[in-house]
Design a protein around this ligand. Sequence first.
Ligand SMILES: *Cc1c(COP(=O)(O)O)cnc(C)c1O
Length: 396
Amino acid sequence: MKSTEIIDLHKKYVMPTYAPGLVLVKGSGSHVWDADGKEYLDFLAGIAVLNIGHCHPAVVKAIQEQAAKLVHVSNLYYNENQPRLAQALSERSMGGKCFFCNSGAEANEGLIKLARLWGSSQGKYEVISMKNSFHGRTLATLTATGQEKVQKGFSPLPEGFKYAEFNNLESCAAAVTEKTAAILVEAVQGEGGILPADPAFIKGLRKLCDEKGILLLFDEVQAGMGRTGKWFAFQNYDVQPDAFSLAKGLGNGFPIGAVVAAPQVSDIFQPGNHATTFGGTPLACAAALAVIETIEKEHLLENAQKTGALFLEKLRAIAGQYDWIEGARGCGLMVGLVLKDNAAPLQKLLQEKGLLTLATAVRVLRMLPPLNVTVKEIEQAATLIEEACAEMDKSQ
Ligand SMILES: *Cc1c(COP(=O)(O)O)cnc(C)c1O
């Protein structure tokens, strides 16, 4: 099929929730190819999903072998891969237990339900989340999402959600009542425009939650799984949450999400409280186990720190040359070039030049390359951005 035929078929039969940009047919590492054979450097990585790159041989092998052995048994039976993955996540975080699901929104729903069930005996149910946050598109998670554009048209929204200002501890403290069960936060806001939390804010939140006897929950759906140079973004802040959510990078493209809970809330969910048919299949867990093994074997946390710092340095140098660029910010390989105006034209120009990025929060050019991106690929991307900015500057 030609690209035009695929696009026509898509428009006729797929709901227009997205406006896709390219027809992609093949991927390898940090590279993808479109239907016309054009190659792109993929610095979006399926929106922080392909953390070890497209079609990593370890994940391909794990999926192929497991698919031929046992795909799904339901959670009415044990399967070996599920506890092995739970152990791997637990040992790299707070030493508690996991619940597996299929997406980021579902993982955050799990966090919210966990907090409510935990608080139910004390009459606590409110969840405080941040303005400018993003937690998903189900009814509860879009309500937790502190952005009106995500909520518009879907009222009445579920009750029990309140909002505070990100990086403003006083605002969070002021929102806490005797009904508060939890505070939910991204250590680095992704959709909100690559905004890392201040260390004092995160430390202050932990203290506030301890003082008030409420749960601190992190949404690690985008920032987790090595993206920021640590397994989980909260580890950059030297705090422990009571529970956190994972999804995007966990299966490197194979859908899987998780709720990871610290020991004090590991046994809140009892049989009948929470469930999902597809959660933690042998196949999904095999993919995620291969991801964790590869991140460790190939030292990708270190690589994310190193290449992320290099990329940020290069972007800051570019930003310094133009008064229409505000600056660059990020954490590990979660990086944003912040313009003073709409970033969509720069995204489009870069795509023409063979670099995939994403304009986020209107004026932020968001980049999330695979954690095994090379120094050479970072340099190539920086050169393309430099060229594109020079061209944009002429037309300003
Ligand atoms: C993408 C994202 C979600 C939603 O994940 P889905 O898998 O699309 O449901 C939730 N939280 C954050 C921080 C995200 O980036």
